[in-house]
Write a protein that binds this ligand. Structure first.
Ligand code: AMP
Length: 604
């Protein structure tokens, strides 16, 4: 027998799904079977025994009254507290002011007893995937608002499932650990968790590497299921439909549509239930979907606002935002969270897996091992700023030795901007959409003409790999800064993929970058030239100015139609350059010249 090391698994015991993770080598990994990491938190009691997970879900229609799901919602609750919600459940629940039991045949089971079966399956999954029969220790996550009795009952359930619980940790803390935020030592972190049926927002304080929950808020009946229901209602607008077969088919279709709308602007909906004589053929756009769910998403933002207030913090004091839960993939959700917290949230890890991964990280820490944190003596991936046209201007280049410090000067492209957005990206590609957002901050400046502000941006990375970005506008003496750990949430594998993609796409990227730069140049020339028309008529022949106007119009048309042909853009920019050359030296102020040559950050 070989002397195998003692493995501690991490378990995210979820309301809808449960996941198990552990370190494989140096990488935290969720344990999947047949490509599926989720174990549905569903338990069916049949005459012959118990079915768990996918098997229970698959047999739901056979045993609708003895299939129990969402048991976690009932932890620590009494029948009287939940009476209203219980009427919606297909299974029988009994109880009074002090108790709540699920009824299966002649048995009465507590929600914790049902969860024992899910935890047993989690343990068995780990043993099967890892090819071992001695898994007996775990870290388990629970919602931040669980009280001591709910935590103790979770421990007892695990023990009954054959697992010694070395630590119970809060789900938001696990998410923060998965992103390595504990290494920052200090900070205030918002964890926004929007799943299938529940929404939780937690504000954590990190001090000396230890997390403390400052406040929590949320809604135990708000999540992806509501968004599916909103699509069903939309599809049925004008119909009176009560047939369960149709409603169930629509619910499944709605979830698929919703998931596809996270990547696509519109999705065709073709449903044909011949047996039911029911069909739908339409297209649903993301805009429509957004309008259907807006009210619910606003509700989550209101709860977030309350949580920040209860934590007695201001939005500016929140240093990081982490997204958890499958529904946090919805673009509207991301945008609204980002707008509310004024920060790019961490999204590098799979939001379904991040809690389980964090539990395995805690397990790793408990076993006394170091984590794979990509602590290198060089910068593993380039870091830069978003500049005009969605390009990324790299400031710290890949493979630069740490510590390092580089300052670059930027300016604005629009008159009277009162804020300059500084969006920090990581990666080797040329456009923001192909790079990894690291964070963003805003520099408030008094209104000035385009090209007039002189923003010195310093990227400083210290010996521990922490990145500090300072922005200083010299004329107004305004400053702002952000601190980021650029390797958080980045595994060796992901890093290698990023580098590989930059090589594979080098030619296309180069082309795109050229086009973005030509467009930016055209834009700068338009702004600068239009300012000088009056004077131009006095200094040049009228036909010469008219000729400039014709080419300025051509430039505007090209920008409007999103011209991608390099030759056409080059022709416009070069012609305008030649035509306006005599004007430049005669007229242009320093600021205008700067607008023609400087680099601009993205406009606010
Ligand atoms: P969770 O409870 O965290 O497992 O989240 C499950 C919810 O996330 C379900 O309502 C899913 O339909 C939803 N979901 C999963 N992937 C996506 C996606 N790509 N876009 C929108 N919703 C999703």
């Amino acid at each position: 027998m070989t002397n195998q090391e003692n493995i501690i698994i991490g378990i995210d015991l979820g309301t809808t799904n449960t996941l198990v993770a552990c370190y494989e080598g140096d990488i935290p990994t969720v344990l999947a079977e047949n490509g599926n990491a989720m174990i549905p938190s569903v338990v069916t009691y049949t005459d012959d025994g118990v079915l768990v997970g996918d098997q229970a879900k698959a047999n739901f229609s056979k045993y609708p009254n003895t299939t129990f799901f969402s048991a976690k919602r009932f932890f620590g609750k009494t029948y009287s507290e939940l009476e209203e919600d219980l009427t919606k459940m297909p299974f029988e629940v009994k109880g009074d002011d002090t108790s709540l039991k699920f009824v299966a045949h002649d048995k009465e089971l507590s929600p914790f007893e049902v969860s024992i079966e899910v935890l047993k399956e989690a343990k068995n999954r780990a043993q099967r995937v890892l090819g071992r029969n001695d898994i007996s220790k775990a870290v388990i996550t629970v919602p931040a608002y669980f009280d001591d009795s709910q935590r103790n009952e979770t421990k007892t359930a695990a023990l009954a499932a054959g697992l010694e619980v070395l630590r119970i940790i809060n789900e938001p803390t696990a998410a923060a650990l998965a992103y390595g935020l504990d290494l920052k030592k200090e900070g205030k972190i918002a964890v926004y968790d929007l799943g299938g049926g529940t929404f939780d927002i937690s504000i954590l304080e990190l001090k000396d590497g230890v997390f403390r929950v400052l406040s929590t808020n949320g809604d135990t009946f708000l999540g992806g299921d509501d968004f599916d229901a909103a699509i069903v209602d939309y599809l049925l607008e004008g119909f009176e439909e009560t047939r369960p077969e149709v409603l169930i088919a629509l619910k499944y279709a709605a979830e698929e549509i919703k998931i596809r709308l996270s990547d696509k602007e519109s999705v065709p909906v073709k449903i044909n239930l011949e047996n039911e004589n029911f069909s739908i053929d339409k297209v649903i756009t993301r805009e429509t979907f957004d309008s259907l769910i807006l009210k619910k998403v606003k509700q989550t933002v209101r709860a977030s606002k309350k949580a920040v207030k209860d934590a007695q913090l201001s939005i500016e004091e929140i240093s990081e935002v982490v997204l958890v839960g499958g529904s946090s993939r919805i673009p509207l959700v991301r945008t609204m969270v980002e707008d509310f917290f004024e920060k790019t949230p961490f999204i590098g890890l799979n939001p379904d897996e991040v809690v389980a991964l964090g539990a395995s990280t805690q397990a790793r820490i408990l076993s006394g091992k170091e984590r794979d944190l990509l602590l290198l003596d060089v910068i593993p991936l380039s870091i830069g700023l978003e500049t005009l046209g969605g390009a990324v201007t790299k400031v710290l280049l890949r493979n630069t030795t740490i510590p390092a410090s580089v300052t670059e000067e930027f300016t604005t492209s629009v008159d009277d901007q009162t804020g300059i957005n500084l969006n920090v990206y990581q990666g080797e590609r040329e456009l923001v959409e192909d790079c990894r957002p690291l964070g963003k901050f805003k520099l408030a400046v008094p209104p000035m003409k385009a090209g007039y502000p002189r923003v010195k941006v310093t990227f400083h990375i210290d010996e521990n790999g922490m990145l500090k970005v300072d922005a200083f506008e010299e004329r107004s003496e305004q400053k702002a800064h952000i601190e980021i750990n650029p390797v958080i949430g980045l595994s060796h594998k992901e890093m290698n993929n990023i580098i590989k993609a930059s090589i594979d796409c080098a030619m296309d990227d180069f082309q795109l970058r050229m086009i973005v730069e030509l467009r930016n140049k055209a834009e700068r020339i338009i702004v600068a030239t239009e300012r000088t028309y009056d004077k131009a008529y006095r200094l040049m022949e009228a036909e010469e100015v008219e000729e400039i106007k014709v080419w300025i119009q051509k430039a505007k048309d090209a920008l409007k139609r999103g011209e991608k042909d390099q030759a056409i853009l080059e022709k416009i920019v070069n012609t305008l350059g030649d035509l306006t050359l005599p004007l430049a030296d005669l007229l242009f102020s320093d600021a205008t010249k700067q607008a023609l040559v400087g680099k601009e950050t993205s406009a606010v």
